[in-house]
Design a protein around this ligand. Sequence first.
Ligand SMILES: Nc1ncnc2c1ncn2[C@@H]1O[C@H](COP(=O)(O)OP(=O)(O)O)[C@@H](O)[C@H]1O
Ligand SMILES: [Mg+2]
Length: 354
Amino acid sequence: MGLFGNLLGSGESIFKNEDALDAEFIPKLMPYRDEQQHYLASCIKPLLAERNGRNVFVFGVPGIGKTAAVRWVLRDLNDNTDDVRTLYVNCWQKNTTFQIYVDICHQLEYMFTQNKRAEELLNIIKNVCNKKGVVFVFDEIDKAEDYEFLYSLLTDIYKRSIILITNYKEWLTDIEARLQSRLVPEVLEFKEYNREETEGILKQRIEYAFVSDVWSPDAFSLIAKTAFELKDIRMGIHLLRESGLAAEEKASKKILLENAKIAVQKIQELSLKNSADLEEDTQLALAVCKEQSGGKIGDLFKIYKERGGQGTYKTFQRKIAKLEQNNFITATKVTGKDGNTTLISAKERKLTEY
Ligand SMILES: Nc1ncnc2c1ncn2[C@@H]1O[C@H](COP(=O)(O)OP(=O)(O)O)[C@@H](O)[C@H]1O
Ligand SMILES: [Mg+2]
């Protein structure tokens, strides 16, 4: 039995450039985000005249082009001038001041970060960054464990724009007044795309990624509809790829409705399977999160214990982290009057059945 004998040769693939479906891919054009990008550019522009830039707080639900639009602006800036430096940090990956400094040093091509203290790293950053204007982007800022780096950069770097990106609007109002008053950012909201825009973006991505005319109209419209319902272009792009793979699996030269249906079913099954798969205690934790959506993690833990939930607070925190990873809830760190806490919100499952 030949396992690979029947596969289409690479020359026959329905994909023209599969990389265009990767999460990091930044398209050449970003339709429908012109206004936001011009606004970002206007906040950065003073740096080109050797003046201080403005800070921007960018927010909006996941999967609607916040990261892509900001990175697009950075790329455009880099294509046009060497006078301004751009630094991008994802605070989900680097979530402490120390890790963030190390990451920035590496981006500045300073590699001798081992055995150095945060303060020393900051000095290196100051030295390099105070030579010209600099744009800092901190994506998923709500995932940062401390904000020491923000205080320091705000105070010690003279010509800079700091762009903060998050899915949570509340982040800005929940941070300490002391930080708020130093940051005083412009606020830029990214709104969800409507049906037509969702279709436009996915159509464009198909042109980048697939050989022309391989998508049947009904397959495309199922994917566009699903992405619109989920209000998530990232998921839409994922479904484009999965549909293509499903078609290739059947050695089909076109992507048909049945292939798209398989892709959609797969994400539905994934979410159902996840919730059925959770251990009993995690199910209980999820039930409490749903009931008390928007509540503080400490309060949720109390209720969980009252209902017979097992384990320490630490184990509960791990359950919450697992639920977040699997997209059942969102957890937002906030700094309030009584110190730091995490707010938990249950997510709606928005897919319709068919
Ligand atoms: N207007 C747009 N044009 C082209 N692609 C877009 C547009 N908006 C979003 N995307 C794509 O959708 C995906 C999710 O966008 P992303 O910027 O990662 O979302 P967010 O940061 O808001 O969660 C990315 O692959 C991005 O390239
Ligand atoms: Mg993002």
